[in-house]
Ligand binder design. Structure first.
Ligand SMILES: *Cc1c(COP(=O)(O)O)cnc(C)c1O
Length: 322
């Protein structure tokens, strides 16, 4: 008995401009017919691109359809909306020269975790003159008696670590006194791992704290949630539960306070886990040692690793800052 095999491929390219931006899809249908014992399958790839005036948004839908004689199998993958995460280059313990070098390669967002160090670096005359568009993020624990000092930092762009109502009120008042025309962007830090050594709100207080900021802190602009998370999570055991908790807190928050999800950023991911963080939806990664090399702390034996070349490290990262 001879087997007759017959097959065809259809490729259809469709482009639609519906006035609200571009939409296009490709349909690939591969048809295989095997002498009455037929098998048929098709792949649909739809790429949707939308420009809502506030930036670009796109998603990919891949549907693979397999039909096998009534015992069909069907599955699909829906791509996450593509976001371009912001890269915050964490320059703590590193000299002004390294900040300027990274700036000269196009980096604009930088992070520090000590108020005094941030104030000194951001006020450095070389940085002030060579980096006019620099955006500083404060990512360390903020004590109330340091709020005024932080608010005095030149080019302060975002405070990522608001972790109590009282701190929010204090920052709001201090920013108001400064009389800036723009609100200060802030994130609420959540202690998702529950470790005593980590700062941040208990997860259960997130919604009330954000509600308070929205209603009572007119000088602050709430832009997202931040977590540090536990270190060294083993990915073979599944996604990092700290990241998952931040994602579900955002859902709860948006649900209860009626906020659009794309208005609430997630700051998560550092040198060791930023790829994973981006895969699950981070919009802001904070990366230090991968860019600037290991940090030397006074009480730690100095490492024998050669400092990294900043330009190469920035280019190796798959994220861009914005
Ligand atoms: C130091 C620090 C980082 C960067 O850590 P690396 O492991 O060097 O990338 C990120 N987030 C916070 C809050 C930090 O203090």
């Amino acid at each position: 008995m001879e087997r007759v095999l017959e097959w065809s491929i259809l490729v259809r390219f469709h482009e639609k401009n519906n006035g609200e931006g571009m939409e296009w899809s490709i349909l690939v249908r591969i048809h295989e017919k095997n002498n009455g014992e037929g098998m048929e399958w098709s792949i649909l790839v739809r790429i949707h691109e939308k420009n809502n005036g506030e930036g670009m948004e796109w998603s990919i839908l891949v549907r693979i359809h397999e039909k096998n004689n009534g015992e069909g199998m069907e599955w699909s993958i829906l791509g996450l909306p593509a976001i371009q995460p912001r890269l915050v280059a964490v320059s703590k313990t590193k000299p002004a020269e390294m900040v300027i070098e990274a700036y000269n390669h196009g980096q604009r967002s930088f992070g520090e975790n000590y108020v005094q160090e941030l104030l000194e670096k951001a006020s450095d005359s070389k940085i002030l003159s060579s980096c006019p568009e620099i955006k500083w993020h404060f990512i360390g624990h903020l004590q109330k008696n340091n709020v005024n000092k932080l608010i005095a930092v030149p080019n302060l762009f975002m405070l990522e670590t608001v972790d109590s109502l009282k701190l929010a009120d204090r920052v709001n008042g201090s920013w108001q006194k400064k009389g800036s025309l723009e609100k200060l962007k802030i994130m609420v830090q959540v202690n998702t791992s529950g470790e005593d050594s980590k700062h941040g709100l208990p997860p259960g207080e997130t919604v009330t704290t954000v509600a308070h900021i929205l209603q009572k802190c007119p000088s602050l602009e709430f832009v997202g949630l931040m977590t540090i998370g536990s270190f060294g999570h083993d990915l073979s055991k599944g996604p990092n539960p700290d990241f998952q908790m931040l994602i579900s807190l955002r859902e709860e928050l948006c649900d209860q306070l009626n906020l659009p999800i794309e208005k609430v950023e997630l700051s998560m991911g550092m040198s060791t886990d930023f790829q994973h963080a981006i895969e699950v939806g981070s919009t802001n990664v904070r990366i230090g040692s991968t860019i600037f090399g290991e940090r030397d702390y006074p009480n730690k034996p100095s490492s024998d690793k050669a400092p990294r070349e900043i330009k190469g490290q920035l280019e190796n990262l798959t994220v861009k800052e914005h």
